[in-house]
Design a protein around this ligand. Structure first.
Ligand SMILES: C[S@@+](CC[C@H](N)C(=O)[O-])C[C@H]1O[C@@H](n2cnc3c(N)ncnc32)[C@H](O)[C@@H]1O
Length: 183
């Protein structure tokens, strides 16, 4: 990850969340790979239940905890977890929204998508973003491992998730977005 100050010049988190339908969510929300908490902080006020912000990296978990504490957010639980090995730790069909931002370049993307399917309730939605492949970007994984939106849509379908739409992300010129739903 680039330094937080640089990372957060790449997005407008509030606009991304709004565009992906993360607003006035009734229920729990789960963020896969929360990183610095860039989207956690913006999402928490939009969630009526608990927002579970999960990351494998202790430094990222600590960074997110510090921001959640500083912002006095009382509906966020931050946990260190390897989502591919241990899943998200939440019950089946218990979440109304999953945030999966800038993570599907990992070696086992299907693990994350199957886990998202498991934990979403029917009708629950997931927002996905990643670095664009068809334009020069200031950072991001090497082009060889960057997943295209069509590839992610296909993987998601294999995991049982239904494609809803591709989504332009206002204020985030280097990233594409997509909305998926558990039928
Ligand atoms: C590129 S960062 C994106 C962070 C955040 N989603 C954002 O867009 O600001 C990817 C994050 O996923 C985390 N991550 C990678 N593999 C993971 C895994 N197996 N389980 C949980 N988190 C993981 C990394 O530690 C990193 O913080």
């Amino acid at each position: 990850m680039p330094p937080r100050e640089q990372w957060e010049t790449f997005f407008d988190p509030a606009a991304v969340l709004k565009a992906l339908g993360c607003r006035r969510l009734r229920g729990d929300c789960i963020e896969f790979g929360c990183g610095y908490g860039t989207f956690t902080i913006a999402a928490a006020p939009r969630v009526s239940g608990t927002l579970y912000a999960l990351d494998i990296d202790a430094a990222m978990v600590n960074a997110t905890v510090a921001r959640v504490t500083q912002a006095s957010l009382d509906n966020v639980v931050v946990e260190q977890r390897d989502l591919c090995v241990n899943g998200c730790g939440r019950p089946d069909a218990s979440a109304c929204f999953v945030m999966l931002f800038n993570l599907l370049h990992i070696e086992e993307p299907m693990d994350l998508l199957r886990e998202a399917f498991r934990v979403l309730r029917p009708g629950g939605r997931m927002g996905v973003t990643h670095w664009k492949v068809d334009t020069n970007t200031p950072r991001g994984p090497t082009l060889g491992i960057r997943p295209r939106p069509e590839q992610c849509r296909d993987w998601a379908g294999q995991a049982g998730l239904q494609w809803v739409r591709y989504q332009e992300l206002p204020g985030s010129p280097w990233h594409w977005g997509m909305v998926l739903e558990r039928p």
